[in-house]
Design a protein around this ligand. Structure first.
Ligand code: NAD
Length: 337
């Protein structure tokens, strides 16, 4: 029995492959290398001593997806990471995002609905909550209109999966990630942002490395204790482990509903300045940053209520913000050396 990990050479996917292999699962990766490289296979193998199976397939190719399931008839579960994820780019190229994130999902589900049973884990996002009224955000918090085509693909994706599970033997878990950061402690795998990073932590580490002149902190006049935006940063290794636990829940038939939803965060909100401070502490250096204007589309604060994941999945984060910053820094230094 194999587990298919789509986008398994990407940031979260590669860490999840490691955790799956650590638990004894045999993994097949589908990735089209649009935001990754086969070097990640070496990184994974250096940690686990196991080379995962790899298929270079573009999930937008319906025939290729069909042929994959003809070739692999023993897929026990699918963890679907593959997607385009740059919010800004999605505003510029909405159809690319709808084609990639929705088209790929539909083709996968079309194959899975023909199987006697299928177990499906979907990468969703806390962006579905927009600026929630109540903190911390629990899974019943209302879904808000998406602020970008990327965000919309996550909402539509959740709806498509929910509809399909009603008329098929697909059982699904939708995981709403907060802000994944960090890297594997070995520095053998990590995040590889293309171009100028959109996310805070790679921007911090690239600035400290001298690749960027300074970090812009977008706004220090938000209604938060230090005026900067608050997010829930979750170590990617903790996040990866949650996928293994969620998959196991489906395989063990412990799910109560055909679609279950869990927030995956640390439950702690950290401001931009607190993240900078954590970085300065672990790297023992001052970071060059300036306060800039607010950035359009940023919510003031978002952090997770993790009670449901804690009690039902039996999963809890184990790694701190500082450990995440330390691993991200180690990774940045390694890839630039
Ligand atoms: P990533 O870009 O590092 O990984 C995605 C992988 O999917 C890449 O290796 C890419 O080459 C591959 N891919 C993309 N389109 C493909 C296609 N058509 N066919 C085959 N492979 C394809 O991204 P990530 O940060 O690891 O994110 C994984 C998932 O989690 C995505 O669905 C993303 O939207 C979601 N997510 C990420 C974050 C975050 O901050 N990183 C937050 C919330 C949700």
């Amino acid at each position: 029995m194999k587990i298919l990990v789509t986008g398994g050479l990407g940031f979260i996917g590669s860490h999840t492959v490691v955790e799956l292999q650590n638990k004894g699962f045999e993994v097949v990766i589908i990735d089209n290398l649009s935001n990754s490289s086969t070097a990640v296979l070496e990184g994974i193998t250096s940690i686990t001593n196991q080379l995962p199976l790899f298929e270079n397939i573009d999930l937008r190719d319906k025939d290729a997806v069909h042929n994959f399931f003809e070739k692999y008839t023993d897929i026990a579960g699918v963890i679907h990471f593959a997607a385009s994820k740059a919010v800004g780019e999605s505003v510029e190229k909405p159809l690319l995002y709808y084609e990639n994130n929705i088209g790929s999902l539909v083709y996968l589900l079309q194959e899975l609905q023909n199987l006697p049973e299928a177990h499906f884990i979907f990468s969703s996002s806390c962006t579905v909550y927009g600026q929630a009224e109540k903190m911390p955000i629990d899974e019943n918090s209302p879904i808000q209109a998406a602020m970008s085509p990327y965000g919309n693909t996550k909402q539509i994706g959740e709806e498509i999966i929910t509809d399909v599970t009603k008329v098929s033997n697909i059982k699904a878990i939708l995981l709403r990630y907060f802000n994944p950061i960090g890297a594997h402690s070995s520095a053998a795998i990590g995040e590889l942002p293309l171009g100028v990073p959109q996310n805070l932590v790679p921007f911090i580490t690239q600035t400290a490395m001298g690749l960027r002149k300074e970090l812009s902190v977008y706004g220090n006049d938000y209604p938060t204790p230090d005026g900067t935006c608050i997010r829930d940063y979750i170590h990617v290794v903790d996040l990866a482990k949650a996928h293994v636990v969620a998959l196991q829940r489906l395989l063990d038939k412990k799910n109560i509903e055909k679609v279950e939803i869990f927030n995956l965060g640390s439950g702690v909100g950290s401001s931009v300045l607190e993240v900078i401070e954590a970085f300065e502490k672990v790297s023992n250096q001052k970071l060059a940053y300036k306060i800039a204007n607010r950035r359009e589309g940023d919510v003031t604060m978002a952090y997770a209520n993790t009670d449901k994941a804690n009690s039902i999945l039996g999963w809890k984060t184990q790694l701190s913000l500082e450990e995440a910053m330390e691993s991200a820094w180690k990774w940045e230094q390694k890839i630039r050396s």
